[in-house]
Design a binder for this molecule. Structure first.
Ligand SMILES: Nc1ncnc2c1ncn2[C@@H]1O[C@H](COP(=O)(O)OP(=O)(O)OP(=O)(O)O)[C@@H](O)[C@H]1O
Ligand SMILES: [Mg+2]
Length: 797
């Protein structure tokens, strides 16, 4: 039921106060700040009369709005109060009624409007009641959400009877946009007005609720973190009560403080712990830092053992661990004596070079024991990348320090004896030369600040005693070689091996198998048999293994019968070790013509090579070489052949023998690397033997380079070769004249039971190895006439 509320009596013309961003609604009271001269003038005009003004919303923000800048529907308001202030006035206005400005004009400093009142339509209907009730509910909800609304509003809304009044009042209190309020003002229908207010209030409630949710979520997160903090504190309290330290970070701090780290390391460590403390344990970096700190703490920065630099004691320890090796031991004792006088470890790095199993590594251990130092070793065999030595940067997942730092950690002291094993087996990979890192390590001028990529903090290696080992000198990086003092260790003779076995290996194996001295005794003859028939090596490693095998069998018997006494005689050896593995087959091979015994030297020691030559009928002097010969060896075979051809007549070899046959030279045992020129005289001897059909003496072995003119040139490795010959039962060794001086290196016992035949020419070789053939030589023309030698050179392609 619509009913028109009577509007108060309004004048036809009113001064206009334009409002920027504000709408004053009828039936509400609002304060206004008035500062614009036109507005001040309008207020003054009103105050001089019936105190009424028309308030119109500007459509824009113009400072001096023209009639076109104003909405036409506005509120007629009575000025209730006025206070003058600096730069303007404050007025309190009360909205009285809606009105439309029918005509606007600028007049003596202010705007004036001809107005038409707009009557309000107040209806009471179910719809209006529903709207009102909904508004009341919304107000309740808004109030429960702690808005800026005063609780009094509740009473107002319920006590007010006039829906229009409710709409205007709520709208004036809500945070409604001026444009929305303007629309509310202009709309005729109360229900539309109520709905607009309800919508606005509902939106405000939504915002409030959302804000509440966000806040409570934030609060919850906050309390989780706080809860953790509190729990941590409690845990710390409990742990310290139990004497268990206070959490990981605290514990790390304690470890750092106690680790006696050098200042620069402690600084880094503390910085990392600070970072750790600011992270949760679930952070991906946490574990990385944790690991890093563990490494930092485990490097023995300042930890060291007290050195013992007593030469006499050192000698005693070395003797206790190793048989003989006099020269080596003397050198080590000297080295220590110099260190003692100089008071530091700077000086050349010792490098033990020799075949496997001769005690290089164990000497290093012995030196450590003699000096009261810890011992560590890293094997450089197959190391290809610098990163293996120096580590990977921390940014790589799963990165670690390099081998050097790892070994240092194992050593547990900053001054260990550090063995760089197999320094001759480093290879240069794609990612940096490992030798470069080693150069830094071994250089006393640089190694006090070695940098590992992972640790990033310089480490002092200058107190480390580095010892390198190698099987051969040839493949050691020249710059590394330059920093090292080479100590040669060579193969052992059978006698030496027997001694080492008796004094060191047997007692050690006995102990390791828990046997008493009377429970394991191996006769010398048995040891000799093991050496000759079950091992073929320069050192004593597989000898020790075989002795270990015997000890194991004996231990098994003792376990069954405590009274068992393992007494091993030579005849018993196969019972323990099975059938013999190596038996010299030289005599068998040499029973036929065309086979000669050569001596070779490899990184694993000396060896015996049987060189076979065969002349194949129906050929044309073609030469075939088989047995994986290196290029130098191939060339030396050609040189040997050329020389034999040249000498053929004087050697009683028919001319067509070499011209109408193909020659095949074969060196069995494909697994042994064969190169170098030292087989020259052996190949020549084999060819002569094959051509004449006369076998070579079975007890003679030879080594020497041959020239085209038949001269014999010196070669290396005499000592190792002699030992190899001896272990193959050879009685006579032919060697180049120029190598005679090397004979002093050979152990006396070897020199005693072998004959050494120095030679300068092939003729002299043949006199020893093929006496029957050589008998006719004296009458022959001398070797090396220029003409024949040039002809021979042509065969060498
Ligand atoms: N002169 C010796 N006296 C006593 N024992 C020895 C002697 N020489 C070697 N041994 C023993 O032989 C075994 C092998 O020696 P070691 O491991 O030192 O050989 P290596 O020279 O380092 O060989 P590789 O080149 O293969 O590393 C060790 O058990 C060692 O004690
Ligand atoms: Mg070794």
């Amino acid at each position: 039921m619509a009913e028109t509320i009577p509007t108060p009596q309004l004048p036809n013309e009113l001064p206009v106060v334009p409002l920027r961003g504000a709408v004053v609604l009828p039936m509400t009271v609002a304060p206004l700040g008035v500062s614009r001269p036109t507005s001040v003038e309008a207020i003054n005009k009103a105050l001089a009369g019936d105190r009424m003004v028309l308030l119109l919303l500007q459509t824009n923000d113009n400072d001096d709005p023209a009639p076109d800048d104003l909405h036409r529907v506005g509120t007629v308001a009575i000025i209730r109060q006025m206070a003058k202030g600096q730069g303007g006035m404050r007025v309190l206005v009360e909205g009285v009624a809606r009105a439309r400005a029918e005509f606007l004009q600028a007049e003596k400093g202010y705007l004036s409007a001809l107005i038409r009142p707009l009557p309000e339509h107040s209806e009471r209907s179910l719809e209006i009641d529903a709207h009102v009730r909904r508004l009341q509910e919304l107000v309740d909800r808004a109030l429960s959400l702690a808005t800026g609304l005063s609780p009094d509003i509740r009473t107002l809304v319920t006590s007010l009877d006039d829906p229009l009044r409710i709409a205007y009042l709520l709208a004036s209190l809500l945070d409604m946009k001026p444009e929305d309020k303007q629309r509310l003002l202009e709309d005729e229908s109360v229900s539309v007005k109520l709905d607009a207010v309800a919508t606005s209030l509902a939106r405000e409630i939504d915002v409030l609720e959302l804000k509440g949710q966000i806040e409570s979520r934030a609060e919850k997160e906050m309390t989780d973190a706080q809860k953790q903090y509190v729990l941590r504190q409690q845990m710390k309290a409990i742990q310290s009560e139990l004497g268990e330290g206070d959490g990981e970070v605290q514990e790390l701090r304690k470890r750092i403080a106690e680790a006696n780290l050098p200042e620069h390391v402690a600084a880094v460590a503390n910085r990392e712990v600070d970072r750790l403390e600011r992270m949760t344990a679930a952070a991906p970096e946490y574990q990385m830092i944790r690991t890093y700190l563990d490494w930092l703490l485990e490097v023995p920065w300042e930890k060291r053992t007290e050195d013992r630099l007593d030469p006499i004691e050192a000698r005693r320890v070395l003797d206790e661990d190793h048989y003989d090796l006099d020269k080596v031991k003397e050198r080590i004792v000297e080295y220590l004596a110099v260190r003692k006088l100089k008071g530091d470890m700077k000086g050349p790095i010792l490098c033990f070079v020799g075949p496997p199993g001769v005690g290089k590594t164990s000497l290093g251990q012995s030196i450590a024991r003699a000096m009261n130092r810890t011992f560590v070793r890293i094997s450089l065999g197959g190391v290809r990348d610098e990163a293996e030595i120096r580590g990977h940067r921390r940014t790589y997942i799963g990165s670690m320090p390099g081998r050097l730092v790892q070994a240092l950690k194992t050593a547990g002291a900053s001054n260990p004896v550090f063995m760089l094993d197999e320094i001759d087996k480093i290879t240069v990979g794609v990612q940096g030369d490992p030798a470069a890192a080693l150069l830094e390590v071994l250089d006393p001028a640089q190694n006090h600040a070695f940098r590992d990529h992972y640790l990033e903090v310089p480490i002092n290696l200058s107190n480390v005693l580095f010892i390198a080992t190698a099987n051969q000198l040839g493949t050691i990086h020249p710059a590394l070689l330059d920093r090292m003092e080479i100590i040669q260790l060579s193969s052992y003779t059978e006698e030496e091996k027997v001694h080492i076995a008796k004094m060191y290996l047997v007692p050690r194996q006995r102990d390791e198998h828990g046997l008493k001295p009377e429970q394991l005794a191996i006769e010398d003859a048995a040891l000799r048999r093991v050496i000759a028939e079950y091992t073929r090596e320069a050192g004593v490693r597989s000898l020790e293994r075989q002795i270990g095998a015997i000890a194991r069998k004996v231990a098994a018997k003792v376990a069954l019968d405590a009274a068992h006494a393992g007494h091993v005689a030579a005849k018993d050896v196969p019972d323990y070790l099975g059938p013999s593995r190596f038996r010299s087959d030289g005599a068998f091979r040499l029973s036929r013509p065309g086979v000669a015994t050569g001596l070779a030297w490899t990184e694993v020691g000396g060896d015996v090579l049987y060189i076979e030559a065969v002349l194949l009928p129906g050929g044309n002097g073609h030469l075939t070489l088989t047995g994986q010969l290196g290029s130098v060896m191939q060339e030396s075979a050609r040189a040997a052949l050329s020389h034999v051809r040249q000498m053929a007549p004087s050697l009683g070899i028919a001319a067509e023998m070499l011209a109408k046959h193909d020659l095949h030279i074969h060196v069995p045992a494909g697994a042994i690397p064969k190169d170098g020129p030292s087989a020259g005289i052996t190949i020549a001897t084999a060819i002569v033997s094959a051509a004449r059909g006369v076998p070579v003496r079975a007890d003679v072995a030879m080594t020497g380079e041959i020239t085209l003119s038949g001269l014999v040139l010196p070669i290396g490795g005499i000592r190792e070769k002699a030992l190899a010959a001896r272990s193959h039962g050879i009685k006579t060794v032919i060697l180049p004249q120029a190598n005679v001086q090397d004979l002093v290196e050979i152990q006396e016992e070897v020199r005693r039971d072998m004959t050494f035949e120095p030679v300068a020419t092939l003729e002299e070789v043949l006199k020893v190895a093929l006496p029957a053939v050589a008998a006719g030589l004296d009458a022959s023309p001398t070797a090396g006439s220029p003409g024949t030698s040039a002809a021979a050179a042509a065969t060498r392609s």
